[in-house]
Design a protein around this ligand. Structure first.
Ligand SMILES: [Zn+2]
Length: 312
């Protein structure tokens, strides 16, 4: 990666303002253990690793709700009403001779409280060269930017990379940067630079495709234009690596119809979230939410017009 890009990225991080700088005051938060939630699903062996957490202003997450509405929802859960500090959960799947990561975290250049995945993999005795496949839900910084190391070289030298075609096409399009609001232009610049580095190793995914044996791509567009979740089928059970289609165990479940400021298409994000929650409550599939409290695994129950998350 060129020095010019690095400079540009740094400058754009500064422009990102609230997102990049809201971390002050939260550095003392203790992050969870390196690897938890081991579970098996047929031939699949699943472990969830933490990449740390993000710090996001509440008016970014819930731009259309009043302070009173937000307080009424969050205070009974003991949650802060001005800031959200979502964990980042990376699913590692061992199946057959494959070792698969679903997303790779933030790397060193997004928020200072994230980017912990490489250290936690090392603690678990997993070398970057052990990773055979990386499957992306979408290309936001907290999911993609960790594909490069501190020197901006590819971090996982042996991995095949799987990316939703619509996601690739969106971030690659000539007019995406111009159409993106100023405060998120760094997302576009960051994605495009990383796409340049990984281009020769990327395989494109279509909705419904069996990406790897027992791993089905499920179209969950809305959060981003090509957002994809992945249903892991094992024995008689299934588990959805949901990514950011359902992003918070309180807000998304109790108020699935509230617009999320992190969804690039808010209306489509709502429709996708409602359909997904409905499906998961009916079929009983487990879920792992990227931003649920670490390690992020559980299942969905319907309660009247809303839903609840049962960690397990
Ligand atoms: Zn995310």
């Amino acid at each position: 990666m060129s020095g010019q890009f690095r400079k540009d990225l740094t400058r754009r991080n500064v422009l990102a303002g609230g997102l990049a700088f809201a971390t002050v005051g939260f550095a003392s938060r203790i992050t969870s253990a390196f690897a938890t939630a081991n579970l098996t699903l047929g031939a699949h062996d699943i472990t969830v690793f933490s990449d740390g957490h993000l710090t996001l202003p509440m008016n970014f997450i819930l731009p259309e709700q009043s302070e009173e509405e937000i307080a009424a929802l969050l205070k009974p859960h003991g949650l802060a009403t001005d800031t959200l500090t979502p964990d980042c959960n990376i699913t590692l799947l061992r199946t057959g001779d494959r070792t698969v990561l679903f997303d790779v975290g933030s790397g060193a250049n997004f928020q200072s409280t994230a980017g912990e995945l490489p250290g936690h993999l090392a603690e678990a005795g997993i070398d970057p060269s052990d990773i055979t496949d990386i499957v992306f839900t979408h290309a936001h910084p907290d999911h993609l930017w960790g594909i490069l190391d501190d020197f901006d070289d590819p971090l996982y030298p042996e991995a095949q990379i799987w990316m939703p075609q619509a996601e690739w096409d969106y971030w690659r399009a000539d007019d995406t940067l111009a159409k993106t609001p100023e405060e998120r232009k760094s997302f576009v610049v960051g994605a495009q630079a990383r796409f340049d580095v990984i281009e020769d190793r990327v395989n494109m995914i279509k909705p419904g495709q069996e990406v790897l044996p027992g791993v089905e791509a499920v179209d969950t567009a809305g959060h981003t234009p090509g957002h994809m979740s992945y249903m892991l089928h094992g024995g008689s059970e299934s588990l959805l690596v949901v990514g950011d289609a359902i992003s918070n165990t309180v807000i998304s479940f109790e108020k699935p119809g509230w617009a999320s400021g992190s969804d690039q298409d808010r209306d489509m994000g709502i429709a996708t979230r409602k359909a997904l929650l409905d499906r998961l409550a009916q079929d009983g599939s487990r879920v792992i939410g990227y931003h649920f409290p670490h390690p992020g695994g559980g299942h969905v129950e319907r309660t009247g017009d809303a839903y609840s998350f049962v960690a397990a």
